[in-house]
Design a protein around this ligand. Structure first.
Ligand code: GLV
Length: 314
């Protein structure tokens, strides 16, 4: 087993869970805030690091670092990190994020379709609102941008709810399960779409992809759900589209800068729902089996699974 350093805001949970699952593992953890003061002697010959974010300059303490296991699915912050040498392996986590995010997307869509807010207002006024029928989602179209493991699981859940799902990827390809298109074709599908879900990695192609040009093809019955990255949406264009009825509702879990600033106009907008980047939480329960498998592979000299292609960006 390699020695494993953990730099994470919940390092105690990760160290406890990993030590219990693999008692032979030599593991120590620090909060990112304290990482610069972490035990340099112990870190000096440690080859593996489990982290989400670490402070500037920290990697100087790990001259033997060979492998970074990310605690999340998105790796944009690591791929672009100037302190991570090109030969260092980066792996992303699976963590059943697809299942979590499918629940998030379906939950928010169903809240709209079942008109939960209106039902709750009517209830508080003791009003029997017999005309408050749920919306029929059958045959309505859902566009899912990013169609790896996470996107496919979201797509399957939406299909179970009766929607017709289209996946969007870097370049369209044949698929046995769903029609898959290139991201460049998104605009032509938007006029008929009920739902646009973003769950793609942040790359040069997806940065700013939801902008005024794309949203000009939207309509008042369209809902956007972003569980990808905040930088994929141009916020002033989004607000403009909501105000001009080119978009009906934006459900945002991710933002360019987090936590979202108190001064952001998104908070108070009546057609925006904000959640605190919680659609795909990293939990030891979901992630430990994959982490242990990767540690074993590394110990045996094999490449760990879910390796990031740094050239591609994910
Ligand atoms: C969270 O955003 C993740 O990438 O896992």
């Amino acid at each position: 087993m390699p020695k494993l350093a953990v730099i994470h805001h919940r390092h105690e949970d990760w160290v406890a869970a990993l030590s219990e699952a693999e008692p032979r593992l030599e593991i120590r953890g620090w909060h990112p805030r304290d990482a610069i003061e972490a035990d340099s002697a112990w870190l000096a010959d440690t080859e593996a690091l489990f982290t989400w974010r670490f402070p500037e300059g920290f990697l100087k303490k790990m001259p033997r670092l060979r492998w970074i296991q990310n605690s999340g699915a998105g790796v944009d912050h690591l791929v672009q990190h100037p302190e991570i040498a090109p030969e260092i392996l980066i792996t992303r986590a699976d963590g059943q994020f697809g299942l979590w995010m499918a629940r998030y997307v379906c939950g928010h869509l169903l809240a709209e379709a079942q008109r939960l807010e209106e039902c709750s207002i009517a209830q508080r006024q003791a009003r029997w609102e017999g005309k408050l029928l749920p919306e029929d989602l059958t045959g309505q179209s859902a566009l899912v941008v990013g169609f790896g493991r996470i996107g496919r699981q979201i797509g399957r859940a939406l299909r179970e709810l009766g929607l017709e799902v289209h996946g969007f990827v870097r370049s369209g390809r044949a698929d046995e399960e769903f029609p898959l298109h290139g991201i460049a074709e998104l605009a032509q599908h938007l006029p008929k779409a009920r739902l646009l879900v973003l769950c793609a990695p942040l790359t040069d192609e997806t940065r700013g992809m939801v902008d005024a040009r794309l949203l000009a093809h939207g309509h008042a019955g369209l809902t956007l759900i972003n569980v990808g990255r905040g930088d994929q949406v141009v916020v002033p264009d989004l607000l403009e589209a909501l105000d001009s009825n080119h978009l009906g509702h934006a459900v945002l879990d991710v933002f360019s800068s987090e936590p979202l600033a108190e001064t952001s106009p998104l908070w108070a907008h009546p057609k925006v729902t904000i959640t605190p980047h919680h659609s795909g939480p990293s939990t030891p329960k979901a992630m430990i089996p994959d982490l242990l498998e990767n540690l074993r592979r590394y110990a045996e000299g094999l490449l760990p699974r879910d390796l990031v292609d740094r050239g591609r960006g994910y």
